[in-house]
Design a protein around this ligand. Structure first.
Ligand code: PBG
Ligand code: ZN
Length: 324
């Protein structure tokens, strides 16, 4: 067999690019709860906690000093506060810990980019991402109206970007139309455009207690095998006015990310390295199958190589040290 080009292995002249992300490309997901002095561990996710708003400053200060630029905020509420409309998600005269967190963080860290997840599943009694009809089907029209109200309420509380993760049809347009009626806000939309119906969201649903009561989400999340639907979804969301699109999960879907980037080179492309992807790397490292830092950096290089611009990952705190 021919030898590889000798320069490929020459120590002084690397012909390949090192493709680690910059710290400014990382987004840290935050789970916020009501109450005071709350730091609630999550069994299925090592080092991840639900925090009450009063502890957020303490949590984020050292990270901001290390170079954290953006967070993605999720609210978690008790079952007693959930109803069929997800009233606590905002826009119906009620506010949650998310609105409080937005106001506080805007004040304490004016430079930190506050991205807010927009969905109903953590707030509805049935646990689905939209509004249901009397017969238990998804009511798309009612859902996107409701989601728009939530997005507007987050924007008014200080969100810099709203990120709808519900997967209802044409929700980006509905949100955009409502936000456009408030031109002083100027809040772009980061759409979870290519979100697959994945087995890897389990730990997250533990965190948010947001597993659907009945039926799964396969009627509104994408089938893992469908490349075409995932590409069409990104295309549609950009046409409807999304500022950013996303692929989620990412490890098994790098082909989708690379193709979206190829078709839309000027659009910032985000990926969500989800809870299951996080927990399985931890589990493997704990079993001594591999070194955690090495394996995480290897995945990050893969994401960057595929053309991803923004990486939402629970490994952000570690990466802020490792990328030093
Ligand atoms: C729900 C939502 C999900 C995640 C973010 N928002 C998953 C779901 O469909 O249950 C997943 C995040 C993760 O697994 O880390 N709208
Ligand atoms: Zn949801």
């Amino acid at each position: 067999m021919d030898k590889l080009h000798p320069l490929f292995v020459h120590p002084t002249q690397k012909l390949w690019n090192s493709q680690l992300p910059r710290k400014s490309q990382l987004v840290y997901p935050l789970f916020v709860v009501d109450g005071e002095n709350q730091k609630q561990p999550i069994n299925s996710m090592p080092n991840i906690y639900r925090y009450s708003v009063d502890l957020l400053k303490e949590l984020l200060e050292p990270l901001v000093i290390k170079g954290l630029k953006a967070v993605l905020i999720f609210g978690v509420i008790g079952n007693e506060d959930k109803d069929e409309f997800g009233s606590m998600a905002g826009g119906l005269g009620k506010e949650s810990c998310v609105h409080k967190a937005l106001r506080l963080l805007k004040q304490v860290f004016p430079q930190l980019l506050l991205i807010t997840d927009v969905c109903l599943c953590a707030y509805t009694s049935h646990g689905h991402c939209g509004i249901l009809t009397k017969d238990g089907y998804l009511d798309n029209q009612a859902s996107i109206k409701r989601l728009s109200e939530c997005a507007l309420s987050y924007a008014q509380a200080g969100a810099d970007i709203v990120a709808p993760s519900d997967m209802m049809d044409n929700r980006v347009r509905a949100i955009k139309e409502l936000l456009d009626q408030h031109p002083n806000l100027r809040v772009p939309i980061m759409s979870y455009s290519s979100k697959f119906c994945s087995a890897l969201y389990g730990p997250f649903r533990d965190v948010c207690c947001s597993a659907p009561q009945k039926f799964d989400r396969s009627s509104y999340q994408l089938p893992p095998g469908s490349r075409q639907l995932a590409l069409q979804a990104a295309e549609r969301d950009l046409k409807e006015g999304a500022g950013y699109v996303m692929v989620k999960p990412i490890t098994a879907y790098l082909d989708i990310a690379a193709e979206i980037k190829r078709r839309h080179p000027d659009t910032l492309l985000a990926c969500y390295h989800v809870s299951g992807e996080y927990s399985m790397l931890h589990a493997g490292a704990e079993k001594k199958l591999f070194d955690l830092k090495r394996v995480v950096l290897e995945y990050m290089e893969g994401f960057i190589r595929s053309g991803i611009d923004i990486i939402i990952t629970y490994f952000t705190p570690e990466l802020l040290d490792w990328l030093e």
